[in-house]
Design a protein around this ligand. Structure first.
Ligand code: NAP
Ligand code: G4F
Length: 324
């Protein structure tokens, strides 16, 4: 049977990598994108002609039903979300709708359309929040620390509930932070790689950041979209943590990024600004991905290489007078 994937959030970091990987595996790929006043297909520009794009919004059930009818997917990857934790305090209701309730929209759309399909929900390590144990695995209780985290917990539990209630094939990839040159510029890793590149090239002399002490389990985004695909190829729907198992502070990321750019001492460039601190912080995340490793997954890029890939990319595009 030919494989047909519908990816929500096709224009995002993960959507773009996943689409490329599925095209390489001869999938027919459909992508749900939302209308905006200016088109923003940068991340998928190079292979856009191979994807079938469907306009729709994850908060609009009608457009989801239309997308399902048009694509008749064998696999759905629900990646669409308001994914920036900081914005979830300034737009909590939008975040709950887009990141939480949207999963229920999608599941109801599937039921109303009466189609047989597998569903992958992009769950998040933010659900562990104020962690109750380290490292975190599939059995670690959730303690979300942001409206975003709470919305992801809601989406997670509705997916589990529909799996148990209706026997639907719904799996969760509980993904820890994953980054790449396609990462949005407001996330700390890309903000640092871009900021450091600007400083190294003499285009800027300051980088404003918030809490440098929080720690994250940072991996490479294409490894995580491989994980999402692998999870949906299993015979049984289930939930898996995707993580490297290593944790590093924002300070360590910053230090390494400046070193990659050839700057040993960064104190004079970095300014701590309270506006980037969060009302409630997630201090430490470290994932235990043993279950996913047992089905054949492993991360391919080390922390040091991840930082280098991102800084090198930003140096290269900024040298060409690209993104500022
Ligand atoms: P991202 O780059 O922010 O992409 C989010 C995507 O969702 C974008 O394509 C965005 O469209 C789309 N979207 C937002 N609101 C929408 C709406 N109302 N209707 C339709 N589409 C909408 O995020 P990402 O890093 O690729 O992450 C993918 C998913 O994994 C998200 O659900 C995120 O919460 C989750 N996750 C990410 C990480 C991580 O470290 N990256 C870790 C755990 C979980 P626009 O381009 O139009 O904004
Ligand atoms: O890069 P961040 O904004 O990512 P965060 O909050 O960990 O969320 C990301 O990972 C989650 C998985 O755990 C995803 F679910 C979510 O969608 C997203 O992809 O912030 C990382 C850390 C935080 O502790 C933050 O306080 O960096 C700290 N930080 C310090 N200065 C900063 C800054 N974060 C941002 N964005 N900007 C700063 O200037």
């Amino acid at each position: 049977m030919s494989k047909i994937a519908l990816i929500t959030g096709i224009t995002g970091q993960d959507g773009s990598y996943l689409a490329e990987q599925l095209l390489d595996e001869d999938y027919e790929v459909y992508g749900l994108y939302r209308r905006s006043s200016l088109p923003h297909f940068e991340r998928i520009e190079e292979f856009k002609d191979k994807i079938k794009l469907i306009e729709g919004d994850i908060t609009d059930v009608g457009s989801l039903i239309r997308a399902l009818k048009e694509s008749e997917p064998t696999e759905i990857y629900n990646l669409a979300a308001q994914s920036f934790v900081g914005t979830s305090w300034t737009q909590p209701i939008n975040t709950m709708n887009t990141t939480g309730l949207s999963m229920l929209n999608l599941l109801e759309a599937i039921r109303l359309s009466d189609i047989e399909t597998r569903v992958l929900q992009a769950s998040s390590s933010e659900m562990f929040g104020k962690v109750v144990e380290t490292p975190q695995n599939e059995n670690t209780p959730f303690y979300p620390r942001s409206p975003y985290g709470v919305a992801k917990v809601a989406a997670y539990w509705i997916s589990v509930n529909y799996r148990e209630s209706y026997g639907m094939f719904i799996s969760n990839c509980i993904a820890f932070n994953h980054e790449s040159p396609r990462r949005g510029i407001e996330f700390v890793t890309r903000k640092i790689s871009n900021g450091v590149a600007n400083i190294a090239l003499g285009k800027s002399d300051r980088l404003e950041l918030g809490n440098l002490e929080s720690k994250r389990d940072w991996g490479y985004a294409p490894d995580y979209t491989r994980a999402m695909h692998l999870i949906l190829q299993q015979s049984k729907a289930d939930d898996y943590v995707a993580a490297t198992g290593e944790t590093h502070s924002v300070r360590e990321f910053l230090d390494r990024a400046f070193k990659v750019a050839g700057i040993d001492s960064w104190d004079k460039y970095v300014i701590i600004n309270q506006k980037y601190f969060r009302p409630a912080e997630v201090d430490l995340l470290t994932g235990d991905a043993s279950k996913l490793r047992n089905i054949g997954w492993k991360p391919s890029i080390s922390f040091d290489d991840l930082v280098k890939i991102m800084v090198d990319y930003d140096m290269q595009i900024l040298s060409k007078d690209g993104l500022e």
